[in-house]
Ligand binder design. Sequence first.
Ligand SMILES: [Zn+2]
Ligand SMILES: [Zn+2]
Length: 367
Amino acid sequence: MRIRGAVLQESGRQGPWEQTRPLAVTDLDLDGPGPGELRVQLEAAGVCHSDLSVVDGNRPRPVPMLLGHEACGRVAEVGPDVTDVAVGQRVVLYFVPRCDECDACRAGGRMLCTPGWAANGEGTLLSGARRLRWDDRDVHHHCGVSGFATDAVVSRHSVVPVDDDIPPEVGALLGCAVLTGGGAVKNAARIQPGEDVTVVGVGGVGMAAVLVAIACGAGRVTVIDPLPAKRARGLELGAAQALSPDEAADAGHRCGLVVEATGNPKAFEQAVQVTAPGGRTVSVGLAHPAASSSISPLALVSETRSIIGSFLGSGLPATDIPEYADLWRAGKLPVDQLVSSTIDLDAINHAMDELAAGRAMRQVIRF
Ligand SMILES: [Zn+2]
Ligand SMILES: [Zn+2]
């Protein structure tokens, strides 16, 4: 079938991208679902920093690639062997498929699926297939999702069913921002009720960590961000304190549970610095493959600290996403507050400029 989608033609092109247009919004061909796959008619897709990192070259990926990895829609067609999801079901897509059979999947959620991770690197679905073509060229899938399009064919192992009352833009954010930021607090750090939390970098993922920390009964929440508008938004969403990186350093800020959500090696170092002795630093930011940070091994040992890396929420999307949906339904997790604007697919290059400039928390494409 013909779909409309945003295809990245070249990674690392200079901005402003609204002018240089690395993403072509175009008609292209989508094959039907193969065994174990389904087609989702997309309703909403969030523009995440990990999409931007592919555009600006910080996260090298094969091109052409149809971007977008945070999305929600309704099942429109099921392939052979899909028996537990029906046409019409609303689903949240998530960005590393889980085969449920490899050793990593059997470890219960802490590890990423080995074939799922390999497929993401190759730009294919979990099956190894590419279902997208543009002018007879194969187009790569992004994270098994490729959600910046009217329709997507994905593995059954890339979706979690949700109830109809979950609005599409909320559903989309559950699949990356909330899964990632929330999982850092809930699964990787195993937050205790009343525990203070500091979040370094409050874009969509960092702010989701703030919301989930509060939903989990956190004590005092502090946000650290260089941008005044993001600090102000953090206070509006329930943080007790908002500091610039310099203010945090000057004040000697310390906290027992620190989440870093920037991908910036300097911010990672600061996250470790502001972690109190005995505390844990959870990093979810995706740094450039060549980036490195400097930390004190002596402080790590003598202050009995933990540094924890977390991806895909350090848990199982199939159980975490319904939990977050329940919290939203109960009014405890205002995911809607993370949406800074809703946009058309045609505005995707402009949206990347807005995200890079720090002017947008979560822009959501509605289809
Ligand atoms: Zn993301
Ligand atoms: Zn697996």
